[in-house]
Each structure stands twice: as C-alpha cells, then as structure tokens.
Design a protein around this ligand. Structure first.
Ligand SMILES: Cc1ncc(COP(=O)(O)O)c(C=O)c1O
Length: 413
C-alpha cells in the first residue's frame, strides 16, 4: 500500500500539536524516527502551507526537512521553559568555544573563539546586516556585489533590499558538475557572496576552487562571504572547506563564514545563526550594524537551541546524514542524467526540466500536475536557473517511496 503523505490543511491553525504522538516516541531503527510518518499538521509549517488546499501534494520546495529534530533540543527547551524567567538574555561567551569545538570535531579545523559572533537572527537577516558593512556607494565606485548564478535567490533579494548593485556570474559546468568562476572578477567588486555547499545543486566546492576565488576577491579588495548553512550537512565521503580556515591566511581578514544550527538541525523556526569573522575591525562594524537593528549577541531560545544542538546533536546529525545520503542515491539512480550536478551535501537536487520530459518554461506547474510534487522553480535562482527545478528530498522513508513511484510517471530523456 502506498502511504499517504501527511501535512496540514490548516497551516495557520494555532492548535497545540504537542499532545499528538511524536515520531521520536517510536524512533525506529535509526533511533530518531526518520522512517516514521512525520505529521506536521497544526505546527504552522511554512513548507506545507505552500501546498495547502492541494491534498496529496508533497511539498519539496522550501529548504526545511520533514524529519523530526534532535531529541536533545526538545529536552533543552522543555527544561529551560520550566523556569519562568523569560527576560532579555545576555550572550554566554562559552558559546564561542562551543562553536570552535564543533568545528574542530566535525571539520577538523581550528577556529579562534574570538572570531565567533552568536546571533539572535536567522542567516538571511545576518547576511542583510553584513551587507551594511560593505561600501554602499556603488554609483560612485561602480563596484558591485558579485555572486554566481544559479545561486540561492536570497542574495539577489537582499542586495535589492540593501540598494546594492549586483552582478551574477554564470557558473561553468564540468563533467563532475558546477565549477566556481576562476578568472579575474568582472570589474570592481565590494563583496562576493557564495553558498558553500552550493544551493541549489548541493555541490561541495573543492578547496582549491574556493581558495582561487578568495584570491580574486582579495585582489579586488572585496569581502568574500561564504554562506555555509548547508556545510554541516555534507554527506559522508566529502569534505566541506570552511572558508575562513581554507583561504590563504593573508586574505582571512576579508573572509566571513556564516552558519546556523537552524538548517543543520531543522530548527529554523527559532532564528539563530553564527558568523566567523577573523578581522576584529569588521567584527566590530558588524556588531555595530546589528545593534542598529536592536540585535545583540545572545537571546534566550536561540542559545538554548544552539547549545543543545552543538553539545549533544552529533549522533542525530550522523544518523540524518546516513538517511539523506541513502535517499540521494535512490533519487539520483532513478533520475540519472536529469541531475545537473551530483549532490554531495544537504537534501537538494538540481534538475534539468527538459531531461525530465517537462516543458522548461513551465516545469514547476507540470511536475505538480503530473506527479503531485511541489518543487522550487529554477528561475528563482537567477538567470542560470531557467529550465531547472530544485527538489528537497529530506523526507521520511515511506514518503520518499511515494515520490519515487510518482516520478516514474515522467518520460525521462
Ligand atoms: C544558502 C542559504 N542561505 C541562507 C538561507 C536563509 O535561511 P533563513 O531563512 O533561515 O534565514 C537559506 C535558506 O534556505 C539558504 O539556503
């Protein structure tokens, strides 16, 4: 029997879902419930709200996982909530060492705790505020913010919001997938933005390509902002280059790494992030810009979640990565040449609509109509994304079975 995927028909329903059985209560062989149905009804899930009113459609667009988060986070929130002191909460400096320890344990690199800023806002807000630290006067200097295309659409949106001119650099594609631009930057630049691993293709950028791009950015005096919110989701067998510890140390003062437990541990509903900023002057400018928005390091729920995730979330993350890598293999085996760049991290698949037998200019609609699967439209990833679709496969095993069965309705080319 094909299981029916569950999801809310009442995404704005504030009903308390806590009295329903949680998948963690019947955890299954992985110990964390990744193969049990995960009913998000009544939780206000943004991802499921995108398909509200279309029963049976499986949302595979938004980058958030239909998988239960770490039990350690649930327990930490429960424990902390018992004390009814919910006032303004200072930053615990031990959080910086926790981040440094995480990088040592998970990535084998040394991060100076002094580089770390612990932010009470999500990565998108952190990026917007970081953009305030780059020179604004693009009209006079003719310098731009640069980023590749296809690329996460947030960069373009944030530059527009910050009234910063930007240019998109087409990514080259080699036999093993996309490649970072390697030549001189096209004209003056204030900043280079990059998702690493790449969103949408889930490519882990090779360290030498990242280093070369950092060299080009430094020659131009531009800040390299490496958005690594998918970096802790690198699949077994691949190595994620942490930008601040990968670039030539002489260029480190011009590099920022951004990360968040929100993406890694599927808790983006509690906005938090952290940045690694080796340059003290830039760190101070960034902290000033944050304060201008009424944001200071710290925060109550943010730190509760971050501490629990980084201290105790390792085993959950290992099990998650095994689950994602197995799902990736099943999908890439099925979709073959329609996969534009072999995914090596995260839970994103970047697909060639024409190779799926879908009309490139209306592929999202066609996939919805033919298969009941909701994807992200490639055009949302800049001019390099036309004719593509992005699918998020962070799903419980039985729902993935349904997805694979539905994909069999396509005429793969
Ligand atoms: C590469 C990248 N950066 C930043 C964000 C923004 O994260 P948030 O909306 O949680 O701030 C996302 C979300 O999908 C992302 O994929």
């Amino acid at each position: 029997m094909t299981p029916t995927p569950t999801g809310p028909t009442d995404p704005a329903d504030p009903a308390d879902p806590a009295d329903r059985t949680s998948p963690a209560d019947h955890a299954g062989p992985d110990g964390f419930g990744f193969d049990a149905p995960f009913d998000r009804t009544g939780t206000g899930s943004s991802k499921w709200a995108r398909t509200a009113g279309a029963p049976g459609v499986i949302p595979m667009g938004l980058a958030d996982m239909d998988l239960p988060g770490p039990p350690a986070i649930a327990e930490a929130l429960r424990r902390r909530a018992r004390h009814r002191a919910y006032g303004y909460t200072v930053c615990d400096p031990a959080g910086r060492s926790l981040v440094a320890g995480w990088y040592r344990a998970r990535h084998g690199v040394e991060v100076d705790p002094d580089w770390v800023l612990l932010l009470p806002c999500g990565p998108r807000t952190a990026l917007r505020i970081l953009l305030e630290t780059v020179p604004q006067d693009t009209a006079r200097t003719r310098a731009h913010v640069l980023f590749p295309t296809p690329e996460w659409g947030g960069f373009a949106q944030l530059c527009r919001a910050a009234r910063l001119g930007y240019r998109e650099l087409p990514l080259a594609t080699g036999p093993d997938g996309h490649r970072l631009p390697s030549g001189p930057l096209p004209g003056p630049a204030t900043a280079v933005l990059l998702s690493s691993p790449h969103n949408p293709s889930a490519r882990v950028w090779p360290a030498d390509q990242l280093r070369a791009l950092a060299d080009r950015a430094a020659e131009a005096g531009a800040l390299l902002v490496s958005d690594e919110v998918h970096g802790d989701l690198t699949h077994p067998g691949h190595v994620h280059p942490v930008a601040v510890t990968t670039v030539d140390p002489a260029h480190r003062h011009l590099v920022v790494t951004l990360n968040s437990v929100g993406k890694t541990f599927n808790c983006s509903g509690i906005p938090s992030s952290f940045v690694l900023v080796p340059d003290p002057a830039l760190r101070a400018r960034f902290a000033d810009a944050l304060a201008g928005y009424g944001l200071w390091e710290g925060g109550l729920l943010e730190q509760t979640v971050q501490r629990a995730a980084l201290r105790e979330g390792g085993p959950w993350l290992d099990a998650l990565l095994a689950h994602l890598a197995a799902a990736r293999t099943r999908l890439t085996d099925r979709l073959g040449a329609a996969v534009r760049s072999a995914p090596q991290a995260s839970y994103l698949l970047w697909l060639d609509a024409a190779a799926l037998g879908l009309p490139p200019s209306a592929a999202r609609r066609a996939l919805l109509d033919r298969c009941g699967l909701e994807a992200s439209d490639g055009a949302d990833f800049g001019p390099g994304g036309h004719g593509s679709l992005r699918l998020n496969y962070a799903l419980p095993g039985p729902v993935l079975d349904t997805v694979l069965a539905r994909l069999a309705r396509l005429d793969l080319r």
